[in-house]
Design a protein around this ligand. Structure first.
Ligand code: BES
Ligand code: MN
Ligand code: MN
Length: 471
């Protein structure tokens, strides 16, 4: 077979691919909101159908939460087995009034770099992971088979903690996921036209802190001064999370398990083109600030962080209300790096918060979700072959980068599969993921399909000793 004829087919069929992506994006598969459970199910059905149309055997796997979709084609004995991971769920759309169009009615707009598709999930992760299915479909349609064995695992809970997939991957049933290489497209490229392979993702610890004082709200004159104010107490506790001067996190033991940045890695980060002013301008920040002693890239990619994501309590209406509210709360999350453990840090964090409670203030700390950090080892003949395919597709050397985001299942996949996990994203940092008017550049969608075709083609040139774990 000739790879060129497959790529020509991809190019000929961009119109149909786009229509199918639109259909996918029209399904409001918001995983965190139970009101969308029916849509989640419909979306899983859509993915299953697309896998079947591509020529795979596919099924829905029921879980305690949202369903998983699994598909496979194992007709290439002696060749490697590739496991594709993606997620079909999306983030909620709020604030809805900031969208230019209905978030679930994909619209084509012309951006700086050409046409882009605007919709919730456009880049995270429907557009990106759909490239896997379309690449397999084009190879199959053009050649009647595939150069490698393929498996797909597409989940519906990535944006809300991913407990179902975690349980599945750790269950005996997951033997069927055995593979030589896993491929994930759910991240961004370092810049337009710059193919990028990630070797590190941060972990996450997401908590909620609730403080309670008196049994009811109090007049702030009649009772003020006599009791601790829950809002003042919470403010003090949150302020104690970071040193205001050097930005270091003050939770006792927080840095104990942090792998220090090596000289080589710092040099590699520093060698990447990075413009602080442009970075700030793009997000509309007038200044950058973070942990002293580290560059912006080091802070975002390789140093742990702690941020208040929301807080509430007391009077927030117009005008003044003299009151001491009886409760207050905050969402506090920490992004973790190897070898920090979410569970251990949760205990340290909860203990630290409780230790600061003044008399009469009750503090509750809840662990909402967590994900371990991960560093993957990008080595071996299969990784090299895949990188060659990426290089060919873009005509440029892929850069090796890390990211501050998390994909909870990646660390488990990497541990359980014992195979390299290649994180090859086709998004860009201006895709507005999780925000209003999320988009994906159409050029990257199509180029993503071509990249996956070339990667599979290259991997097909690799023999696997004796047997492939899956085939
Ligand atoms: N695809 C993102 C993660 C991501 C984005 C990694 C860009 C690297 C670059 C993923 O869908 C995501 O949003 N993850 C959440 C995980 C959380 C909800 C457990 C995150 O990072 O906040
Ligand atoms: Mn994602
Ligand atoms: Mn996301």
């Amino acid at each position: 077979m000739s790879i060129d004829s497959v790529l020509e087919r991809v190019d000929r069929e961009t119109g149909a691919s786009l229509e199918q992506l639109k259909e996918y994006l029209r399904i409001p598969s918001v995983s965190t909101d139970p009101a969308y459970a029916g849509e989640i199910r419909r979306c899983a059905g859509f993915v299953r159908e697309r896998l079947e149309t591509a020529g795979l055997e596919a099924e829905i796997i029921e879980t305690a939460g949202h369903p998983l979709v699994y598909g496979e084609w194992l007709g290439a004995p002696g060749r490697p087995t590739v496991l594709f991971y993606g997620h079909y769920d999306v983030q909620p759309v709020d604030p809805l009034d900031e969208w230019r169009n209905d978030p679930f009615e994909p619209t084509i707009e012309t951006g700086e770099r050409g046409d882009q598709i605007v919709a919730r999930g456009a880049t995270d992760d429907k557009g990106q992971s759909f490239t896997h299915i379309k690449a397999v479909e084009a190879l199959m349609a053009e050649t009647g088979s595939l150069p490698v064995n393929v498996k797909f695992l597409v989940e519906g809970e990535e944006e809300c903690g991913g407990e179902a997939i975690e349980a599945y991957v750790r269950s005996p049933a997951a033997e069927r996921l055995a593979c030589d290489l896993a491929l994930v497209s759910d991240t961004s490229m370092y810049g337009p036209g710059q193919p990028s392979v990630l070797y590190g993702l941060k972990g996450l610890l997401y908590t909620e802190v609730r403080v309670r004082g008196a049994a009811r709200d109090l007049h702030s004159g009649t009772f003020g001064g006599a009791v601790a104010n829950p809002l003042n107490a919470l403010g003090t506790m949150l302020a104690a999370l970071r040193d205001p001067e050097d930005g270091r996190i003050l939770i006792p033991g927080f840095y104990d398990d942090v792998q220090p940045l090596g000289v080589g890695e710092r040099a590699a980060f520093a060698a990447l083109p990075f413009d602080e002013t442009k970075y700030g301008d793009e997000i509309g920040a007038t200044a950058l600030w973070g942990e002293a002693g580290y560059t912006t890239l080091e802070r975002v990619w390789a140093r742990p962080t702690c941020d208040v994501n929301g807080m509430w309590g007391g009077y927030q209406g117009p005008g003044a209300k003299t009151v001491i509210a009886n409760h207050a709360g905050a969402k506090v999350s920490m992004r973790l790096v190897p070898d920090q453990e979410p569970e251990r840090l949760f205990r340290a964090f909860a203990e630290y918060m409780r230790s600061m409670a003044p008399p009469g203030i009750d503090v509750e700390v809840e662990n909402l979700n967590g994900a371990p950090p991960v560093l993957v080892d990008l080595q071996g003949p299969l990784v090299d072959a895949a990188l060659e395919g990426i290089r060919e597709a873009w005509g440029r050397e892929p850069v090796r980068v890390r990211e501050g985001g998390s994909i909870p299942i990646v660390s488990t996949l990497s541990e359980v599969l014992g195979a390299p996990v290649l994180l090859v994203g086709f998004g860009l940092s201006d895709d507005r993921l999780h925000a209003p008017n999320e988009k994906m550049d159409l050029a990257n969608f199509y180029q993503g399909i071509r990249t996956v075709v070339r990667v599979l083609d290259r991997l097909g040139g690799c023999a696997v000793d004796g047997f492939s774990p899956g085939a």
